[in-house]
Design a binder for this molecule. Structure first.
Ligand code: TRP
Length: 457
């Protein structure tokens, strides 16, 4: 290993990498975003599309990103310019760094709310919830307070910056390893409670029994965007994480595990949300507040529910944290590697940038009216950032990464990288087909259609 590689750090073990990459993937995307987007887009039919996109587009792109990262040992911009110096391919990386900071900004607003809900539950403020109407009211009041929204955004970003400052393996691995399995267990308990509520069956039906007539072109774009967002793909996060991977590690099995666990948690989150939601007669298309409204309305139906609830929101904050560190890490590793900044300087400047960009999103839940419903777009600032950075930019990024690996760097270079230390790339032909044809064509059709019809949101 070159000295520069030692300085950058690497994962302590193979499990360390899978845990960290799963930590990046599993986050608010699974538990906050997936249920509300599925709810707005018809339920089961959306879920099936989502799973198809995870397997047919997410997994192949993840393999490509990890291979690029491990081969170059670089951040996304450095990776492309190392492979093809002076070419324009590094624009993919630049777009990735910008997208990462964009996602970090609005994501941290929601992550801040999860800390806020942890505090609320622990201090007994949600004890007396009588039902969804009241829960809805509490969420609206809480998020409409500008000081609260900006304050928690700030607190959350400080946590993120603190861990990113600690460097890769000491910071990230340690946290994820203990807390993600715990989150999984608590979600299973909640899902059981939710499914056994009176009237939960209608929710299961909505979630699991597809009605394909509900699929519109924008549903395709949203299912694709959700798959990429949830797997942390399309902006180089997995290039960056792959750059810390050792040559012995098996890229294919790592990618499969990450996709599997990530999808499992998302499906589980749906099993928590939809049965309870229908049991309480709520609207599945309730928007970004959905989990914050549904979850507190079932806690009091569990013994010790408020502490249980506090535990859930605490773990949700941690899940968000293991995701935001990957978003911040992309920008930080770029400035450290390419611009020779110190880790400290890069972390501080990027955190401040994300904070400033996050403020308009934090004010878009009613504190500032025009930000809550932007003229022209007719959606709030957070929704807009979510669509631009969290959907379209990732789709475009994934398209370009597929074209880059399929045609420029070449499928055989990926095969060599993967097989270098005795690992076998079993389904190579299948992967090559998806990365060269299926991914670029499917993404191009979806993006093209959206562009022509103008159904962006
Ligand atoms: N995947 C994370 C989630 O589901 C969010 C995230 C972290 C992300 N890093 C990313 C999304 C990179 C896209 C790109 O919560």
């Amino acid at each position: 290993m070159a000295e520069s590689d030692i300085q950058r750090g690497s994962w302590n073990s193979k499990a360390g990498f899978i845990i960290a990459a799963a930590g990046s993937a599993i986050g608010l995307g699974n538990i906050w975003r997936f249920p509300y987007v599925a709810g707005e887009n018809g339920g089961a039919a959306f879920v099936i599309l989502y799973i198809l996109f995870v397997i047919l587009i997410g997994l192949p792109v993840m393999i490509a990103e990890l291979a690029i990262g491990r081969h170059t040992h670089k951040n996304p911009i450095g990776a492309f310019s190392r492979l093809f110096p002076k070419s324009n391919w590094k624009l993919i990386g630049i777009m990735g760094v910008v997208t990462g900071i964009g996602i970090l900004s609005f994501y941290s607003v929601i992550a801040g709310y999860t800390i806020g809900y942890f505090v609320k539950l622990l201090s007994g403020q949600l004890n007396a919830i009588s039902g969804p109407a009241e829960s809805q009211q509490i969420f609206a009041t809480f998020t409409a307070d500008p000081y609260v929204s900006i304050g928690y955004l700030f607190v959350f970003l400080i946590f993120t910056a603190y861990i990113v400052l600690g460097g890769v393996s000491t910071g990230i691995e340690k946290w994820t390893k203990i807390l993600m399995p715990l989150l999984f267990v608590l979600l299973i308990i909640l899902a059981i409670r939710s499914i056994t509520l009176d009237g939960a069956v209608k929710g299961l039906e909505f979630y699991l029994n597809p009605d394909f007539s509900k699929i519109r072109p924008s549903t395709l774009a949203k299912a694709l965007g959700q798959a990429l967002f949830s797997l942390s793909l399309g902006m180089g996060a997995m290039i960056t994480y792959g750059s810390y991977l050792s040559k012995r590690d098996n890229i294919i099995s790592s990618a499969v595990s990450v996709c599997f666990f990530d999808t499992l948690i998302a499906i589980l989150a749906g099993l928590v949300v939809f049965p309870a939601l229908f049991a309480m007669g709520m609207d599945p298309a309730g928007g970004p507040g959905l989990v914050f409204i549904v979850l507190p309305s079932i806690f009091h139906k569990i013994p010790g529910g408020m502490y249980f609830g506090a535990g859930i929101f605490l773990l949700l904050s941690v899940a968000a944290l293991t995701s935001t560190i990957s978003l911040l890490e992309v920008a930080v590793s770029y400035f450290v590697d390419e611009k020779r900044w110190t880790r400290q300087k890069a972390t501080i400047i990027m955190t401040i940038t994300a904070f400033i960009c996050g403020i308009p999103a934090a004010l878009s839940f009613g504190s500032v009216e025009w930000l809550s419903r932007l003229p022209l777009f007719h959606i709030g600032m957070l929704d807009l950032m979510n669509a631009v950075f969290g959907n379209y930019s990732l789709a475009l990024g994934s398209l370009l990464i597929a074209v880059f690996t399929g045609y420029k760097w070449g499928i055989n270079a990926v095969k060599t990288e993967i097989e270098e230390h005795g690992n076998r790339f079993g389904p190579f032909g299948l992967w090559a087909f998806t990365i060269r044809f299926l991914c670029p064509i499917a993404i191009a059709i979806i993006l093209g259609y959206i562009l022509i019809t103008g159904h962006y949101f």
